[in-house]
Design a protein around this ligand. Structure first.
Ligand code: SAH
Length: 238
């Protein structure tokens, strides 16, 4: 079992998991004193730790040895218009498994959702990171308006714009021809992008508009399909 913790991990370090995590470890996963777990914190690699000092509500995890070095996922952001509750959880979990480095919710003109639950997103990302063997948790950013986000956009970062309008080149061809470097994938809400927004996005020099085929995908499907294809062509699936 793998756990994400915030504390520094070094040989002999004693990590006291917060109460909910201790509860999960002791009473849900039924770990006992002497059992081993894997720990990571996004900075120090992965460590084998032993469960110790068990009481009803708490325990200590003692770091024994590093089992994997710290490793970064490729520098890939997912900028997505948030969608209704369940699909957003799903997108966060699956995007984490697929190896995204940052999740940036964005409000577009047709976005229906007006608030996103950052804590819930983070909890989903942590759980998916624990299960998938990642040694990092993707960074979860506060939602921003599309216009502002694009105004402050770091121009060296390419944007893979998932454009359902149909006249963009196929994603795999466009990516194969595109430069290396940091990327972000941009997907719209249930209602798609507004034509004016689309014009603004497509006018940016760092944008590569792409098609995901002739069928209209749901926002969550589009985001995950684009992530998978990016990893296969430009990322660490090679
Ligand atoms: N406006 C569409 C639905 C939008 S789908 C309609 O109702 O007809 C939600 C988002 O998924 C889109 O904004 C786009 O970013 C992405 N998407 C869905 N299907 C796509 C496709 N075939 N090609 C590229 N992007 C797609």
């Amino acid at each position: 079992m793998r756990l994400y913790v915030e504390a520094p991990l070094t040989e002999g370090a004693r990590v006291a998991p917060p109460t909910p995590q201790a509860h999960y470890l002791l009473h849900v996963m039924r770990r006992k004193a002497g059992d081993r777990v894997q720990l990571f914190n996004g900075r120090d690699g992965e460590w084998r730790a032993q469960v110790a000092d068990v009481s009803k509500r708490s325990c200590v995890l003692t770091c024994e040895a590093r089992t994997a070095p710290q490793k970064q996922v490729p520098d890939l952001w997912l900028v997505f218009a948030p969608i209704k509750k369940t699909p957003a959880d799903y997108v966060v979990q699956k995007a984490t498994e697929l190896g995204v480095s940052r999740l940036q919710p964005v409000f577009t003109r047709r976005t229906i959702v007006t608030r996103v639950n950052g804590e819930r997103m983070l909890a989903n990302a942590i759980e998916a990171a624990e299960q998938s063997g990642r040694v990092s948790v993707p960074e979860i950013r506060e939602p921003r308006d599309l216009e502002k986000l694009l105004r402050d956009w770091p121009t060296e970062r390419f944007i893979l714009f998932c454009d359902e309008a149909g006249d963009a080149p196929p994603i795999a061809d466009a990516l194969a021809a595109a430069p290396k470097g940091p990327w972000a994938i941009l997907t719209g809400p249930e209602g798609g992008f507004d034509p004016a927004e689309r014009g603004v996005i497509r006018a940016l020099a760092c944008v590569t508009p792409v098609s995901l085929g002739e069928r209209i995908l749901r926002a969550d499907t589009a985001a995950l399909a684009a992530l998978a294809i990016w990893q296969a062509v430009k990322g660490d699936w090679r």
